[in-house]
Design a protein around this ligand. Structure first.
Ligand code: RB5
Length: 146
């Protein structure tokens, strides 16, 4: 498993905490920035992480902005990406089990690093259930083929 991780300035502190978490857990990752709290535009970073996942370079992505909203909207513009903005472990579990989400979006100004670590842990370790959910995910995919 290889994780593409990226944030804007508002998500920088949480990204730093999650990079340390991934290192502790020996999870391979690709850090696509940012490298400081200097103001940037979240679409640039959301797109970079989404592309890394869509191209197959990384298995999954973690993207962070202030609320997680802007960066998740961005990532969901990339074909093949199912980005889920989660603020609880339950949402992360459902995002994987029911939506087969391949990118986790978080709000650096919304949740604590401790909470984010738990959400990431669930996201990375929960499998898609398939079955009736596969048919629904397929319908989402078909929307991008029109
Ligand atoms: C940056 O101030 C903020 O707008 C951005 O991080 C994000 O929350 C947008 O959705």
């Amino acid at each position: 498993m290889s994780i593409a991780i990226a944030s804007d300035h508002a998500g920088f502190a949480l990204k730093k905490a999650l990079v340390e978490y991934l290192e502790r857990r020996h999870v391979e990752f690709l850090d696509l920035g940012v490298r400081s709290e200097e103001r940037v535009d979240y679409p640039d970073y959301g797109y970079a992480a989404a592309q890394a996942v869509a191209s197959g370079q990384c298995t999954m992505g973690i993207i962070i902005c202030g609320t997680g909203i802007g960066i998740s909207i961005t990532a969901n513009k990339v074909r093949g990406i199912r980005a889920a903005l989660c603020c609880s472990e339950y949402m992360a579990e459902m995002a994987r089990k029911h939506n087969d989400a391949n990118v986790l979006a978080l709000g650096g100004r919304v949740i604590s690093p401790e909470s984010a670590e738990k959400i990431v842990e669930v996201f990375l370790n929960t499998d898609f259930e398939g079955g009736r959910h596969a048919q629904r995910v397929q319908k989402i995919h078909q929307l991008t083929q029109r």
